[in-house]
Design a protein around this ligand. Structure first.
Ligand SMILES: CC(C)(COP(=O)(O)OP(=O)(O)OC[C@H]1O[C@@H](n2cnc3c(N)ncnc32)[C@H](O)[C@@H]1OP(=O)(O)O)[C@@H](O)C(=O)NCCC(=O)NCCS
Length: 160
């Protein structure tokens, strides 16, 4: 018998690192996302929001990655396949935006293979050259830099 999922959202903590890593790297294995190490997730764990089901299992995650006091990336947005289409990805992005607003960050961008998902959330396609901070930090050392198919999207964050 199928059971309705009851989803809750919260800030991530250190104990969530293995589940976040498994979620992201499952999609990374399919080349839908870039892989992440346990170490990099642990270092930025305070910037992650997770979605959990009624059993406390992590079914989604997203992170705010800051580049400057006014600019951040909506990063690592992933929802377990069994929970797709329930609005969890959208809620995670909204919560990352709220986190950005509490930190006074006015501009958000993302690199994504799913621009229509971000379009529904009010993001527009932009040239990634607008964000040299990102290009310097990640793109220049990315193994897929010569065949990158990610689209850059951006929006002005909602005020706190
Ligand atoms: C993209 C992803 C996070 C969406 O999560 P989700 O919880 O299923 O999304 P939602 O239920 O909030 O969907 C919101 C809308 O976006 C659309 N959407 C969802 N995933 C989409 C995708 N991959 N491409 C295009 N549109 C998508 C939905 O159809 C929905 O539209 P609707 O409101 O008209 O019904 C999820 O599919 C995922 O984890 N994909 C693998 C990793 C990934 O691509 N991450 C995003 C890039 S960083």
């Amino acid at each position: 018998m199928s059971q309705k999922m009851v989803i809750a959202y919260r800030s991530a903590h250190a104990g969530d690192v293995p589940a976040i890593e498994a979620l992201i790297n499952e999609f990374a294995a399919e080349r839908i996302m870039l892989p992440k190490t346990v170490e990099s997730i642990a270092l930025g764990i305070e910037d992650f929001i997770v979605a959990t089901d009624q059993h406390g299992r992590i079914v989604g995650c997203a992170a705010l990655r800051e580049y400057s006091p006014s600019l951040a990336e909506v990063a690592s947005v992933a929802v377990a396949r069994r929970a797709h289409g329930l609005g969890i990805g959208s809620q995670l992005v909204r919560r990352v935006e709220a986190l950005a607003a509490t930190r006074g960050i006015g501009e958000l961008f993302a690199l994504t293979l799913a621009p229509p998902f971000f379009d529904r959330l009010g993001y527009s396609i932009v040239d990634r050259a607008r964000f040299p901070e990102k290009v310097r930090a990640d793109c220049t050392v990315c193994p897929r830099r010569h065949a990158c198919n990610e689209i850059c999207v951006a929006r002005t964050a909602i005020a706190a």
